[in-house]
Design a protein around this ligand. Structure first.
Ligand code: XMP
Length: 479
């Protein structure tokens, strides 16, 4: 006879409070491990879903201390360009800034600036010697005769520019910007050749977002997702070349021979790239993927907001148990765990980490925000955005290129749904609530670090009555 083990999820348990020496929850440090080699400042990852993470989400979340994983439901070129957009969003020193020749017309300069996505250009001649700067303001005022005017006619000329040297520090740059009220600081060598650029916006971002996760060049970190079939290797190559810090190999059933092969093939392309593999839900899967070379594991089969995998296939493991099982094994291999799916409340993040996760991935919770892809729709006085599962009907049609008229639609068996979620505004508000809740949870368990929270957490199972008691009850909630 088969023995059926018991499995639990977040709402089945609570964490037992411990004696705490905290005087304020701000003493909690949320820095954690994303992969074997990458740390992030808050344990939040945005899901690689087409209604959750494109460049805008990845930029905002990396600035707040997390990381975004760009989805893969687009062409390889578009996908790589999106990674490049995140990488270009900020850096301390821009190496090889875009330049324009002083003898080009203003119209040509305007076109070029639009093409490369910048608002101003450094003016330099053929041997890269600095001639001037063309700013957004110059373009506006030259509007009427942009066809005839030359760049040199409207630029701020070299003799009026403040410049600095290659080894300019952050503090030096800050002082120069403050003293001279300029917006761009070109860096030049002894021959006055342009070798870099610092912008006031980049300095502002560095000050404004102290938790931002930056790579060695001071650019925001970002991940890209691939599958295990078709052009996945080509896509992985393009994303790595575009600057992705992490590749997430993401398939619904990650404990598979295809996944193990894919990890090895991507590792052959790059020995340095960090590989996250998933999704899995068992100890054996964790062992197999750790041994195949994964740098982090994504855990969750069926817990997601938009998932119907468990209904369609009968397969899955309640998420708290899945995370605990995988974490037990992954710890032995020093591989971090991502708890992916089913997180709605900040308490769920505390529980996921208490169960052994190092980070959590959010889909539905971040859908509907300002930074999520898609338009804001209005129904009456309410605003909404679309949130859809990666295995939903429409995403599957898009991914498999199925023509509605020609092919038999019975070929599509969705394992995800499509929905409208309320418009939630910018993610900073949500993330502040999530991290505030996490830090409070850390103080209840006397955990100053994520590692301590993993160690200190003691769960109790609760009944339906306990669950009812845990929310507001027996009152009329007005807010
Ligand atoms: P949440 O609960 O944060 O979960 O929305 C996000 C995760 O859900 C997974 N996902 C799916 N799972 N069918 C599934 O079974 C789907 O269509 C689907 N779309 C997303 C995915 O792991 C994501 O990170």
């Amino acid at each position: 006879m088969k023995i059926i083990p018991y499995a639990l999820t977040y709402d089945d348990v609570l964490i037992v409070p411990r004696r705490s020496s905290f005087s304020s929850r701000s003493e909690a440090n949320t820095k954690t491990r994303l992969t074997k080699k990458i740390n992030i400042n808050i344990p939040i990852i945005s899901a690689n879903m087409d209604t959750v993470t494109e460049a805008e989400m990845a930029i905002s979340l990396a600035r707040l201390g997390g990381i975004g994983i760009i989805h893969r439901f687009m062409s390889i070129e578009e996908n790589a360009e999106m990674i490049r957009r995140v990488k270009r969003a900020q850096s301390f020193i821009i190496e090889n800034p875009y330049t324009i020749d002083p003898d080009k017309t203003v119209n040509e300069a305007k076109k070029y600036a639009e093409e490369v996505g910048v608002t101003g250009l450094i003016v330099a001649n053929e041997d890269k010697k600095l001639q001037g700067i063309l700013s957004r303001r110059d373009f506006i005022f030259a509007n009427d005769n942009s066809d005839t005017l030359k760049v040199r006619d409207i630029m701020t000329p070299r003799e009026k520019l403040i410049t600095s040297h290659a080894h300019t520090t952050f503090e030096e740059a800050q002082k120069i910007f403050a003293n001279h009220k300029i917006e761009k600081l070109p860096l030049v060598d002894k021959e006055d050749r342009i070798i870099g650029l610092i912008t006031v916006d980049d300095i502002k971002n560095i000050i404004e977002y102290p938790l931002a996760n930056l790579d060695a060049e001071g650019q925001l970190i970002v991940g890209g997702a691939v599958g295990v079939h078709g052009d996945f290797l080509e896509r992985a190559k393009a994303l790595i070349q575009a600057g992705a810090d992490v590749i997430v190999i993401d398939i619904a059933h990650g404990h598979s021979d295809h996944m193990i092969e894919a990890i090895k093939k991507i590792r052959e392309i790059s020995s340095e790239i960090q590989i996250i593999a998933g999704n899995i839900a068992t100890a054996q899967a964790a062992k197999d993927l750790c041994e195949a070379g994964a740098d982090a594991l994504k855990v969750g089969v069926g817990p997601g907001t938009t998932c119907i995998t468990r209904l369609v296939t009968g397969c899955g493991v309640p998420q708290l148990t899945a995370v605990m099982e995988c974490a037990k094994i992954a710890k032995k291999y020093n591989v971090p765990i991502i708890a992916d799916g089913g997180i709605q409340k900040s308490g769920d993040i505390v529980k996921a980490i208490g169960a052994g996760a190092d980070t959590v991935m959010l889909g539905g919770a971040l859908a509907g925000t300002e930074e999520s892809p898609g338009v804001v729709m209005r129904r009456g006085d309410k605003k909404f955005k679309v949130c859809r599962g990666s295995a939903s009907f429409s995403v599957t049609l898009k991914r498999k290129n199925i023509n509605l008229e020609k092919k038999d639609l019975n070929e599509v068996v969705p394992e995800g749904v499509e929905s409208l979620v309320p418009y939630k505004g910018p993610i900073i508000d949500l993330i502040s609530q999530f991290i505030g809740g996490l830090k409070s949870g850390m103080s209840y368990t006397n955990s100053y670090t994520i590692a301590e929270l993993q160690k200190n957490t003691e769960f109790v199972r609760i009944t339906n009555a306990g669950a009812k008691e845990s929310g507001p009850h027996d009152i009329n909630v007005i807010n």
